[in-house]
Design a protein around this ligand. Structure first.
Ligand code: SF4
Ligand code: SF4
Length: 178
């Protein structure tokens, strides 16, 4: 008989159930809809990301949140694969605000400092330049050569205020980036 493949090892604390977790999610705007998910799977079957990923399943993430798998969800990189297209929300027969529940989960992950580096980098770009991507000098020269107008300058004071209001400064360690 062929050997069975070994199951991936998971740290026991990652699988700890925290019954209070779902209440934490349900306290947030639209998070309360988590409680009516009855696991039909329509969200996953209509999700464009799930179509191209072997691990991303919104239905599974919602079930894990109902069960209280706090650490497993918040540490999961797949949580960040959602593109916020809202197809799942449109399709859910229970009117679960799936995309917004996922947003609540990402916000909770950020509060724990669990955010993929690329998102911190994009946020830092907004903070320092007003643009999500740093536009290379070469691209700017090319625009000028083509006779295109210069890109508008962002109002960095306004950007600063918005990031402050959103509580993003702690995340960006602002003093270091600008
Ligand atoms: S479509 Fe709605 S009810 Fe069905 S699994 Fe997804 S969130 Fe739950
Ligand atoms: S909002 Fe996110 S989870 Fe929902 S369908 Fe789009 S990518 Fe999938």
């Amino acid at each position: 008989m062929a050997d069975r493949p070994e199951m991936p090892k998971m740290k026991p604390e990652t699988l700890k159930l925290d019954p209070s977790f779902k209440y934490e999610v349900m306290k947030e705007h639209d998070g309360e809809t988590l409680k009516v998910c009855f696991q039909c799977g329509s969200c996953t079957s209509s999700c464009p990301t799930a179509r191209f990923s072997t691990s991303y399943r919104p239905r599974t993430i919602l079930r894990m949140a109902q069960l209280g798998l706090r650490q497993k969800i918040l540490a999961s990189p797949t949580l960040w694969l959602c593109t916020a297209c809202f197809t799942c929300t449109d399709r859910c027969p229970q009117d679960v605000e799936v995309a917004n529940v996922l947003r609540v989960l990402r916000n909770l992950a950020v509060k724990k400092g669990q955010i993929p580096g690329i998102f911190t980098e994009l946020a830092s770009n907004i903070y320092t330049t007003g643009y999500v991507y740093k536009i290379p000098e070469m691209r700017l020269r090319k625009r000028a050569e083509l006779g295109l107008p210069p890109l508008p300058k962002a109002n960095l004071d306004e950007v600063d205020k918005l990031i402050e209001l959103a509580g993003g400064k702690k995340l960006l360690k602002s003093e270091e980036v600008r």
